[in-house]
Write a protein that binds this ligand. Sequence first.
Ligand code: DX5
Ligand code: ZN
Length: 226
Amino acid sequence: MKLAPSILTADFGRLADEVRAAEAGGADYLHLDVMDGRFVPNITFGPLVIEALRKVTRLPFDIHLMIVEPERHLDAFAELADILNVHVEVSPHIHRTLESIRRRGVRAGVCLNPGTPVAAVEEVLGEADQVMVMAVNPGWGGQALIPRALEKAERLRRLIDERGLATEIEIDGGVKVSNVAACVAAGADVLVCGSSVYNADGSVAENLAALRAAAEQARAELVRKP
Ligand code: DX5
Ligand code: ZN
């Protein structure tokens, strides 16, 4: 299980330290939420901030574009990203968009809002390195996970496995120690965790360790089941 802390609810006045803490705490990716005030109501940050963070950490960057017309900005973000994720709802030519991300030498991800069916990405699973299942309506950190999103992840898992694809499933939104087992059971490969890392009781490292322990325990229990 890969853990991808999202800095959305970190302390932006100490952003470099917050990112270093995630790396030291054993994060697998750094999840970066780019919002434009149009696709989602909120506005966050763009390439300048991400470029500054590139100098702070060696963590792979999992960039989540919540912007309209993502195709217009692929060049700027692709050179900073290890994985570049675009929403299918704003990308009518998603097949071409995913191909053009991969052509830039970056892993391509496609994201689905809670109200978007699996069918919207079914035809491009082979072009995607990861599918990001949103378990909250995007825009803010700290929201509660929508359980139905995990049923969708499960259906996606089945499709991906049936086709023998290596496409990974990332769950984004509301992931906490208390629901990590359900995410594991749904077939997640990557968990985005924002407030459960940066706004929970422990330190960043302690919170990451608790999430990892919950994921490992859930995996072990799944294996034990007949
Ligand atoms: C929501 C973002 C998420 C968010 C996750 O729009 O895409 O990545 O930061 O934060 P939590 O884990 O607090 O839901
Ligand atoms: Zn995100």
